[in-house]
Design a protein around this ligand. Sequence first.
Ligand SMILES: Nc1ncnc2c1ncn2[C@@H]1O[C@H](COP(=O)(O)OP(=O)(O)OP(=O)(O)O)[C@@H](O)[C@H]1O
Length: 234
Amino acid sequence: MIHIEKLGKRYDGRSVVDGLDLHVHGGEIYALLGPNGAGKSTTIACLLGFVEADAGSIRLAGSRLPPAQAAVEHAAYIAENVALYERLSGVENVEFFMRLLGIRPGRGEIETLLARAGLPEHAWHRQAHGYSKGMRQKVGIVMALAKGAKVLVLDEPTSGLDPEASVAFGDLVRALADDGAAVLMATHDLFRAQELADRCGMLVGGQLAGEWKLGELNAGELERNYLDILARRA
Ligand SMILES: Nc1ncnc2c1ncn2[C@@H]1O[C@H](COP(=O)(O)OP(=O)(O)OP(=O)(O)O)[C@@H](O)[C@H]1O
C-alpha cells in the first residue's frame, strides 16, 4: 500500500533523506523512529506530496498518480495537532473537509463515526475551539474513516496525550489497520510504538539504520537497539 523506493530529498544542498526504501502493507502499522532531524517528517512530506522528492519513487495504494494526487485520493494525514476550523463544530468540520473531497456523508453517518471514535456526544455540535488535543485526534480519525482512506499517515500522534487517550487513540488506529489500511506513524514514543506497531524502522541521517518486527522483540529491546545504533553512529 505504501511503497517508497530510493527516496532522496535535499535541503540547501544537504541530504536529509538518502536512498530510503520503505514498504508498509495493508493491515500493517509501521512506526518510523529516529532522533530529531533524522528525516521522518520530510519522508512524510514527500509521501503526501507536500514537498517534491529529488530522487526515488513513491506509490500509494497502487496508484500511478503523483504523490500529491494519490494522497488526496487514498490517504488521510493526522498531524501532531489536528487543525480544525475553530468556529465549526466537530460534525461541521468533518462535513466541510469531506465536501472538499467531493464526499457528502450525511449528518447521521458523521455522528455514528464520531461515536465510534469516542468523541463525547456533548461535543459533536460544539465549536471546535474548546476541543482538547485528544478530541481533535478523534475528529482526524473520523475524517480518515469517512474518506475510507487506504493509507493513514500519522506524525507524532500521541505526543501530549495522556495515557488513557493514547491507548484509546491506538485502538482506533488498530481498528483502521484491521479494516485493511496501511498505517505509517512517525513517533519518538518507543513504548507506544512497541505496543501498537507491527514493524518499525529507525531513520538516522535520512537512512534506514534498523528495521524490526515488534512481535519478535522483548520489552525494552527496542529501546536498547535504538540506543545502540545511536551510540555506534556517535
Ligand atoms: N523546509 C526545510 N528547509 C530546510 N531544511 C529543512 C526543511 N525541513 C526540514 N529540514 C531539515 O531537514 C532535516 C530533517 O528534518 P525532519 O523534520 O524531516 O526530521 P524529523 O526526523 O521529523 O525530526 P523531529 O523528530 O525533530 O521532528 C533537519 O535537519 C531539518 O532541519
